[in-house]
Design a protein around this ligand. Structure first.
Ligand code: GAL
Length: 639
């Protein structure tokens, strides 16, 4: 990870001046400053107020809002409003609305109602972004930008609309020199799916049974490229007028587009962290775990995303939206334990965040998110998180600049592999994100710092141990880096199991030079099925039959090879349960001289460049290494 210049750690908040009477703005700004906040993100949904009618703009209110915030010493993150095109834009381009997989229009009346491929909508976005950039590019209070809002939120990356179809055909014609080569790449001879022209290719929905997986994969690659192109239009315009850094606010567990590719056009990666919402509906854990951490959030989920977005941001990352109290959108929306709004912020800082910005300043009494807490209640009385934010602000004054701690372990994360295993799970429970996060949990349970790295990482020398689970296709740069790597690499299951065209490679996977190990057969396992292993633990969800002459370092209870190894390369032929995984990780760390600590349940550790942090996600205190950490408490000491 490149060294970033030290940046002061700061707090911020998301604010919607257009929701409140102008007379209130100055009081709000004064109170934000008094709380110790530095940043205020505004503007990202305000297009109907910036341009109420086509070409009829009104930026006066935004000028005054920015001035008011700036006058109180606050810095503004200005959002481009393209996630919420107003009604008149939709009237102008009725076909800009996305179609879902079933061909239904995703209509006006909430947000993100656009198809990334619609050229007219892109031009409209370029226009409004150009107006904003020109007007505020040199504004001394506008110190950062945010493009759009949460690309992919509400399942909006993939659109099956006519503009998407036209753009997909163009994309294919650029990728493949001829329809015959497309046919060959996709294997279209199967079921007589061959095409004579790119114009005959449709979108991979509304087929009788499953579409060709190579077709689906190309459609997903195309859709991801469309997000990159859409975002790039905005960054290129903003950069013409402004030297301020540009961010986008990504989400938790959204894998439909390649965030690394989008991130290359941005200066800062940020993500929106809603620990209780995620635990309630986006993580596969037991009901007991959900209950135990219901008011705290999963102890590993935030950290995983922090490490992921540090990689996406090439070292620079923020929390753009931090949950302050109950949200409105999960199946159940409990109140966080007192202390969690502080703990979550400190955990982000421990992982290298520059800024943590709470969502939102004041709870809105109207519209979709009226049940979503803010730092203030709708009546402006402080909600519990306000005092916690103020406490973090005070504590920050005694802390050094943001600086990421060193990790000896790296874990590869690849968006295309998430698409691959969504396209062909071959078993209901095989989910790439779940697989990678299960490995991440295992590492965190041993108290380790972890770097998440991109699938085209070309130099592995900073790490001793590199884990590469489920990487569908090994990239050229990573293969070269592995050949030069002096540490230990742990692959599998399903690593290098597909060609770039999404076919089974021959020689069969994993086909790793220097490791004579072949996956002869695979099987997926239903929920309660297990393949028990020698020494305890078991394979769950996914099991591979391995052949070859490499050393067998772990076997199943029935004597079949489960991990095969040669020199620094090891291949795991299955999805290890937490017990087996911990044993394998411990053994590798001990061989590599990486110190591990068995972390107590719900207690997590992270070293920044200067401090060791402990986060107690339990409601009850934990005693650990001679100290007591209060429930929902944070402890740190200089390294
Ligand atoms: C985020 C979004 C915000 C707000 C928030 C509520 O997904 O960016 O605009 O909707 O969720 O939790």
């Amino acid at each position: 990870m490149p060294e970033s210049t030290p940046v002061k750690r700061t707090l911020g908040v998301c604010y919607y001046p257009e929701h409140w009477p102008e007379a209130q703005w100055a009081q709000d700004a004064a109170r934000m400053a008094e709380t110790g906040l530095t940043w205020v993100r505004i503007g990202e949904f305000a297009w109907s107020r910036m341009e109420p009618k086509p070409g009829q703009t009104d930026f006066g209110w935004l000028d005054r809002a920015i001035d008011t915030l700036g006058a109180h010493g606050l810095k503004v993150v200005l959002g481009t409003p393209t996630a919420t095109p107003p009604r008149w834009v939709v009237e102008k381009y009725p076909d800009m609305l996305a179609l879902d997989k079933d061909g239904r229009v995703r209509g006006f009346g909430s947000r993100r109602h656009y198809c990334f491929s619609h050229r007219g909508y892109r031009a409209e976005c370029a226009r409004i972004v150009g107006l904003l950039a020109e007007r505020y590019g040199a504004n001394r209070f506008v110190a950062a930008w945010q493009t759009d809002n949460e690309y992919g939120c509400h399942d909006t990356t993939l659109s099956y609309s006519p503009p998407a179809l036209a753009a997909f055909r163009d994309w294919l014609a650029k990728k493949y020199p001829s329809p015959q080569l497309l046919n060959q790449a996709w294997g279209n001879v199967f079921w007589s799916m061959e095409y004579e022209s790119f114009d005959e290719v449709g979108l991979p929905n509304l087929t009788v049974t499953e579409p060709n997986p190579s077709h689906v994969m190309d459609f997903r690659r195309f859709a991801s490229d469309e997000v990159v192109a859409f975002n790039r239009i905005q960054t290129e315009i903003i950069r013409k007028f402004s030297a301020a850094p540009i961010a986008h606010n990504y989400m938790g567990r959204v894998t439909d587009f390649d965030h690394f590719a989008v991130g290359k056009d941005l200066d800062i990666a940020s993500w929106d962290s809603y620990p209780l919402g995620f635990l309630s509906d986006r993580i596969e854990v037991t009901p007991e775990h959900k209950l135990h951490f219901m008011r705290q959030g999963d102890p590993d989920n935030q950290a995983f995303h922090h490490d992921l977005y540090r990689a996406v941001g090439r070292g620079r990352w923020w929390i753009m939206e931090q949950q302050p109290g109950p949200v409105n959108w999960a199946p159940y929306n409990p109140d966080p334990l007192p202390g969690m709004a502080r703990l979550w912020a400190w955990e982000a800082f421990a992982h290298g965040a520059e800024t943590v910005s709470y969502f939102r300043w004041r709870q809105a009494p109207f519209a979709q998110e009226q049940m979503h807490a803010g730092l203030l209640r709708p009546d402006s009385v402080a909600a519990p998180a306000l005092a916690e934010a103020a406490q973090v602000a005070r504590e920050l004054t005694g802390m050094p600049d943001a600086a990421t701690g060193k990790a000896e372990v790296a874990l590869v994360f690849d968006y295309a592999s998430a698409w691959a295993w969504k396209t062909q799970p071959q078993g209901r429970d095989f989910d790439y994100f779940r697989l990678v996060t299960s490995v991440y949990r295992g590492l965190r349970g041993l108290g380790l710092n972890i770097d998440i790295i991109a699938p085209d990482t070309a130099d592995l020398s900073p790490w001793k141990l590199v884990l590469i689970p489920g990487l569908a296709t090994l990239s050229g740069p990573l293969a070269a880096a592995l050949a030069a790597f002096g540490g230990q690499a742990l692959f599998g299951p399903r690593t290098n199991a597909k060609t770039a065209d999404f076919a089974i490679p021959v020689p069969l996977p994993p086909n790793l030079p220097g490791l004579d190990c072949t996956v002869a057969r695979v099987e997926s396992l239903p929920p309660d099925a297990q393949v028990p292993l020698v020494g305890g633990g078991a394979i769950i969800h996914w099991h591979e039959v391995l052949e070859g002459t490499a050393d067998v370092v772990l076997s199943s209870a029935s004597g079949a090879p489960v991990i095969m190894r040669s020199g620094g390369l090891s291949y795991i032929g299955g999805w290890l349960d937490p017990v087996a995984l911990a044993q394998v990780l411990r053994a590798h760390c001990s061989q590599l001289g990486i110190p591990v600590t068995e972390m107590p349940y719900g207690l997590r550790r992270r070293d920044s460049a200067t401090h060791r942090f402990l986060f107690n996600y339990n409601a009850a205190p934990v005693h650990f290494e001679g100290i007591t950490i209060a429930g929902a408490g944070v402890h740190w000491r200089p390294l």
